[in-house]
Design a protein around this ligand. Structure first.
Ligand SMILES: Cc1cc2nc3c(=O)[nH]c(=O)nc-3n(C[C@H](O)[C@H](O)[C@H](O)COP(=O)(O)O)c2cc1C
Length: 393
């Protein structure tokens, strides 16, 4: 990819820009991370799509999918299981066998060949799993034996969640080590870095939140105890691959998955104080209407901040750009629009609206449908999606 293609044009009267999309041009500026230079400020947010096989091995269609999206400043992969204990679904890809590493290598090569950059998101499910969704049929582990609400997909049906088992101290240490091992495996597989998933009700979040962490040992209790697991994981991963290749994602106050955080501010402020000196690649923060995480935490983080507007409102080019122009984020992650816009950045540059998702029931299915069949805006069938996009604005 020619980096200059995505640079902000000198001539802003170019006919490609409309009055309504021009403010989004701030997203087209390049940005230097500690170990990686990005041609624009748009990050493809992690999106679980469950296209691996039943042994958590990435499939060739995933290389096509990620390579199609190489125009993003940075791609963050879908959540990847660091271990069998960390699996949420059988067809969620893993980074705990050499076969998985080899298959990911084909994905990262395809992204790099298309001019892109890609981090691996390491995601430990904790209680958000089921014995039927794990290669060894084991009971999910969590900080405390507190069941997640709702139903969970297995390969063939939806099931009630089960009561997780509270982790022993040895299992906590093992989970930390598994994150570091997965990070090393990610670098061997050709990823440019890794993101620790500490958001959206997954294991580090389960340690941070009030209702999922009832521990009375050094991993529970006050803010210092609650942040300990997230800090140890991030430090171990940074030791394994270099802090400049590590990001951490958090979603303070996000109630998704039945999480209760009565007063997120003191906990997350302390987490940032502990991690700021490490020199991480970035902190990735998801906002929400309950606790304005970006406004509160931006001034407390000296490094790069990736912002996400949250799942309550789908990101648009303008809401993404506003995070940058309001000084709340350096980079912006974009999730759902990347399902239906493989060329989301190129559309901003061309002043073309983002196309809507056609069929939402293909988010978590197998195969190419709803996955690699969304056209670029300049493809022959791209015009139709574009017209639909105009109507949806
Ligand atoms: C289908 C789907 C899968 C997702 N999977 C992940 C994931 O694996 N890891 C993660 O951190 N967030 C995940 N998210 C959250 C997104 O990264 C993002 O924060 C969310 O969609 C809000 O941003 P948006 O409005 O740009 O879509 C997922 C969201 C969707 C819709």
């Amino acid at each position: 990819m020619d980096v200059r293609f995505y640079a902000r044009p000198m001539n802003t009267t170019s006919t490609a820009y409309t009055a309504s999309t021009a403010p989004a041009n701030v997203l087209l500026d390049g940005y230097a991370l500690p170990a990686l230079t990005l041609p624009n400020r748009v990050v493809m947010a992690p999106l679980t799509r469950l296209r691996a096989d039943r042994r958590a091995v990435p499939q060739p269609v995933m290389a096509e999918y990620y390579a199609q999206r190489a125009g993003a400043g940075l791609i963050i992969s879908e959540g990847i299981a660091p271990s069998v204990a960390g699996q949420q679904h059988l067809t969620q890809p893993g980074l705990f066998t050499e076969e998985q590493v080899a298959a990911w290598r084909r994905v990262t090569r395809a992204v790099h060949a298309a001019g892109g950059r890609i981090f691996a998101q390491i995601m430990h499910a904790g209680r958000n799993s089921h014995p039927a969704n794990r290669l060894d049929g084991s009971t999910p582990l969590a900080p405390s034996a507190v069941r997640a609400p709702g139903l969970l997909h297995t390969l063939d049906r939806k099931v009630e969640t089960v009561l997780p088992r509270a982790m022993t101290l040895a299992e906590v240490r093992q989970a930390v080590a598994d994150h570091a091992d997965a990070a090393r495996a990610a670098l061997r597989a050709g990823f440019d870095g890794v993101e620790v998933h500490g958001a959206n009700s997954y294991l580090p979040h389960q340690f941070l939140a009030d209702n999922t962490n009832l521990r009375t040992d050094r991993y529970g209790g006050d803010a210092v105890g609650r942040i300990r697991f997230a800090v140890e994981v991030t430090e171990a991963v940074a030791d394994a691959v270099g802090a400049e290749r590590v990001g951490l994602r958090i979603a303070p106050g996000n109630p998704e998955g039945g999480m209760v955080e009565r007063d997120p501010a003191p906990v997350y402020r302390r987490l940032l104080a502990a991690l700021d000196p490490l020199g991480l690649a970035y902190l990735h923060v998801t906002d929400n209407p309950v606790y304005p995480a970006l406004a509160d935490l931006r001034p407390r983080w000296s490094g790069t901040l990736v912002g996400n507007t949250g799942e309550h409102e789908e990101t648009t080019p303008l809401t993404a750009a506003r995070l940058v122009s309001d000084g709340l984020a350096d980079l912006v992650s974009v999730g759902r629009p990347y399902i239906s816009n493989p060329d989301a950045v190129e559309r901003i540059a061309a002043g073309v609206p983002w196309a809507p998702i056609r069929e939402r029931n293909f988010h978590y299915t197998s195969g190419p449908r709803g996955y690699v069949d969304y056209p670029r805006h300049d493809a022959p069938d791209g015009a139709r999606d574009q017209e639909e996009g105009q109507r949806c604005r």
